[in-house]
Design a protein around this ligand. Structure first.
Ligand SMILES: *Cc1c(COP(=O)(O)O)cnc(C)c1O
Length: 382
């Protein structure tokens, strides 16, 4: 390596120019990371539980072989998932997180002159990845119930629409779409428009009328489903997710994939997590029980919050309340995710941590009174 004596920086001369679409991209705002052991990390919807011992054992054993490339086809994991969801291994595409798979999906299907419809506010990766593909994002405002306004999304479909992304339960509001409603929507989307159903939080849905997307997948050639091991399965740090896609689309996704994008550690941990279904379900049940408890207390305390079917809750706020909430959570060393002009999302964790959240919020009236005198010095983008 050559020694740089000028302290770094580009030498004089012409620098590479970014594509215009890249210069214009909004940055992905990651949830802040906990910097102390006492801080509660409730900003990224991760599982708060430590990795399962059975999964850790597999990862430790696999780490003996990190001098080798992983199986690019992820054959074993695909077979595991196929058996789990009753699809064919060829219909499963593994990627570096379901965000990675979504990028492959858009790269394989969309380009300039195309449009992609999605709800807004929803997952912030959507406008970034759609723009990067060259297509035009078409965000459609959420309904008053904080869920997708599916009629408006249908109206947003034009001759140029290539894909529609449906996020259920929706990040960051937690609202899920029930089976019949989603079925009607999919039936109304023109068959040449790809319907991408992002189910990052599907494991947490316990509504009786929850959507069975594998049925939609079987019935419609234009449906594809995204799932992840980052949330309920607790593997956010290993980066692995997948799509269920019909075979010609699946083949396209494999072609645009970054070679060896999913490590052997991630592949084997994901397979081991599917084998630990009972323990994962117990962890999910604990979160959904906490969700019921927290939602009830919040509502009794005067806070309005939609029926979350995910591992987080949503508080819509005006800017003043949002900044006051951020400041109060900051003081309590609780990291939450806030969205300018929209609200605050708080990941659910164990009972003690959720109680810290409830203690910060208290009753809505008291909170509003207490904070009415606070002067704001916080970065509003935070
Ligand atoms: C977290 C999340 C994902 C998945 O993230 P990966 O870690 O890339 O698998 C996908 N969609 C939504 C809506 C999410 O919240």
């Amino acid at each position: 390596m050559t020694h740089v004596s000028n302290g770094g920086g580009a030498p004089e001369g012409i620098e590479p120019v970014l594509r215009e679409v890249v210069s214009a991209l909004p940055s992905y705002v990651a949830g802040r990371r906990a910097s102390t052991a006492l801080a509660a990390a409730l900003a990224s919807n991760e599982s708060h539980e430590a990795p399962l011992p059975s999964v850790l054992r597999v990862v430790r054993e696999a780490s003996d072989r990190i001098n080798r490339y992983p199986d690019m086809a992820a054959a074993e994991l695909r077979e595991h998932i196929a058996a789990f969801l009753h699809v064919l291994p060829d219909e499963v595409v593994i990627g570096p997180g379901s965000v990675g798979v979504l990028q492959q999906l858009l790269a394989a299907t969309c380009g300039p002159d195309d449009e992609v419809v999605f709800a807004w506010r929803s997952f912030e990766a959507y406008p970034i990845l759609v723009s990067l593909s060259g297509a035009t994002p078409v965000p459609v405002p959420l309904g008053a119930d904080e869920g997708h306004d599916l009629d408006a999304m249908l109206s947003g479909i034009t001759d140029r629409t290539k894909a529609v992304i449906v996020c259920t339960p929706n990040n960051p509001t937690g609202v899920a779409i029930d089976h019949n409603t989603l079925e009607r929507f999919i039936a109304a989307v023109p068959p040449h428009v790809l319907v991408i159903v992002d189910e990052a939080y599907v494991e947490y849905v316990d509504a009786a009328d929850s959507a069975d997307t594998t049925r939609f997948f079987r019935a419609h050639a234009n449906v594809c489903v995204l799932r992840t091991f980052s949330k309920a399965y607790g593997l956010a740090g290993l980066r692995v997710g997948f799509a269920i896609a019909h075979s010609s689309l699946a083949e396209g996704l494999r072609r645009v994939a970054l070679p060896f994008g999913v490590s052997a550690l991630a592949q084997q941990a994901a397979a081991a997590s599917l084998d630990a279904a009972t323990e994962i379900q117990q962890r999910v049940d604990a979160v959904t029980a906490e969700r019921r408890r927290v939602l009830q207390i919040l509502r009794e305390s005067g806070w309005e919050t939609p029926d979350s079917e995910a591992n987080f809750i949503w508080l819509r706020t005006d800017e003043r309340l949002r900044l006051n909430l951020l400041e109060a959570f900051d003081r309590a060393d609780v990291l939450v995710r806030s969205y300018a002009d929209d609200g605050v999302r708080i990941t659910l964790a164990d009972t003690a941590t959720n109680d810290r959240v409830l203690a910060v919020l208290g009753s809505k009236d008291t909170f509003a009174q207490r904070s009415s005198s606070i002067v704001h010095e916080m970065d509003p983008a935070k």
